[in-house]
Design a protein around this ligand. Structure first.
Ligand code: PMP
Length: 452
């Protein structure tokens, strides 16, 4: 594509062309297509530790980590060994197994949930949690926040209607208006909007669902007390508080975002969704919560939910091995690595004269390139007002120097236990040239959000 890579991108280009013929857009999840940044997506051949190697032989320091799951780094030897041993015993039986009990016990021990049910993707987890909240409360309305992504659940692929506390419209063709008609989309971090929605519809709201600390509009953490306020408001109105920790769970701390706020402040969500890290790089996710709510699930209760590969023994073995290795030391390492990169990204951009804001949520962070200096991004409108062309230039300059950033300005950057000084040094060395590439792009008026 650019000719800057030491080994070129011929093999990735050829695979992308073949993929286009048999798969829409050439990818199995949209953001992988590089539509937001342009250029050829890299087809990865293998990964180890903090490094990815593509099919042309280029090596990259990976700051995506499979969009969060690879907390320990790629191909961790102990996780690999546990998985190989599990595979040797067969890969799926459609029966209950030991590793799913042990993984459930590990999750219950770390988080506020009393019980947990496994599924295969974060989307399934949030979809099931909402069904359960509706079944438990006998109510239908769901409140979500603009910019929070919860997977491709019909009711949650909703764009805000006109005005606060009005019902949502589908965010994509193919979602019936009826599916989002029971969804209210509110601005994130906006207590007044939440109060207004409950004042008007309080006795019809089944649940509020929110990312525990949003990472899908870039990193936009909850303002202090916001999650506690949501939990308290839901309780007061007989609604359930669903905290989506698919991204943050077992990543921003050993107990997820709840470890940073609820555990300290003394409140619990009613339901929590998990995914990513708890699957150790395999398709596994979960939802869990209060025993009385979870007791409504089939076969104990009337709310139906099921899955052929739910709790798959290989996936739950990988998740269990990962969580057992995710010690306090790992989180301390991630925090320190994030401290270093946050500081270095900031100084490289300052040096190049690029207005920017680096926001942090636990071990996750992201960079906003607004044309004007901005004090804080607290909601989706704030996140959307970025200079996306500057991000593109920054992204490609990093990629050309062997650093794989998320290919969108609206995503968190992820680190792993394998990001040692040598890996971080390579990222830091690439920053000045990338900052200069961003500086060379003129200021423009805000562009709309790219594909993700
Ligand atoms: N919730 C959150 C907070 C997520 O970040 C994601 C995925 N990025 C999902 C749900 C959906 O998970 P999956 O892609 O496994 O369906």
């Amino acid at each position: 594509m650019t000719g800057h890579e030491p080994a070129g991108t011929t093999a990735s280009e050829a695979l992308f062309a073949r993929a286009h013929a048999v798969t829409p857009g050439g990818v199995n999840s949209p953001v992988r297509a590089f539509n937001a940044v342009g250029g050829t997506p890299r087809f990865i051949e293998s990964a180890r530790g903090a490094l990815l190697t593509d099919v042309d032989g280029n090596e990259y320091v990976d700051l995506v980590c499979s969009w969060g799951p690879m907390l320990l780094g790629h191909a961790h030897p102990e996780v690999q060994a546990a998985v190989s041993e599990a595979v040797a015993r067969g890969t799926s039986y459609g029966t209950p197994t030991r590793p799913e009990v042990e993984l459930a016990e590990e999750i219950v021990a770390r988080t506020p949930v009393d019980m947990v049910r496994f599924v295969s993707s974060g989307t399934e987890a949030t979809m099931s949690a909402i069904r359960l909240a509706r079944g438990f409360t006998g109510r239908e309305l769901v409140v979500k926040f603009a910019g929070c992504y919860h997977g491709h659940v019909d009711a949650l692929l909703a764009a805000a209607g006109s005005g606060l506390a009005t019902f949502a419209v589908p965010g994509t063709p193919g979602v019936p208006a009826a599916s989002t008609a029971a969804t209210l989309v509110l601005p994130y971090n906006d207590r007044a909007a939440v109060e207004a929605a409950f004042a008007e519809h309080g006795d019809a709201i089944a649940c509020v669902i929110t990312e525990a600390s949003p990472g899908n509009m870039g990193v936009v953490p909850p303002e202090p007390g916001f999650n506690a306020f949501l939990a308290e408001t839901c309780t007061r109105h007989g609604a359930l508080f669903v905290s989506d920790e698919v991204m943050t769970g077992f990543r921003v701390s050993r107990r997820g975002q709840w470890g940073l706020d609820g555990a300290v402040e003394g409140w619990k969500p009613d339901l929590v969704t998990f995914g990513k890290v708890m699957g150790g790089g395999f398709p596994a996710a979960a939802f869990g919560g209060r025993a009385d709510v979870m007791g409504m699930l089939s076969p104990e209760g009337p709310v139906y939910q099921a899955g052929t590969l739910s709790g798959n023994p290989v996936a739950t073995t990988a998740g269990l091995a990962t969580l057992r290795l995710a010690t306090d030391d790992v989180y301390a390492h991630l925090d320190k690595a994030a401290d270093r990169l946050v500081a270095e990204v900031g100084s490289a951009l300052t040096e190049a004269g690029v207005p920017h804001l680096v926001q942090r949520g636990g071990t996750m962070f992201s960079v906003f390139l607004h044309d004007e200096p901005t004090a804080a991004v607290r909601d989706f409108d704030g996140a959307a007002a970025q200079n996306l062309d500057r991000f593109k230039a920054f992204f490609h300059a990093m990629l050309d120097q062997g650093v794989y950033l998320p290919p969108s300005a609206f995503e968190a950057w992820f680190l792993s236990a394998a990001h040692d000084d040598a890996a971080l040094d390579r990222v830091v060395a690439a920053l000045p040239a990338a900052a200069r590439a961003a500086a060379a792009v003129p200021a423009v008026s805000a562009a709309p959000r790219g594909d993700s």
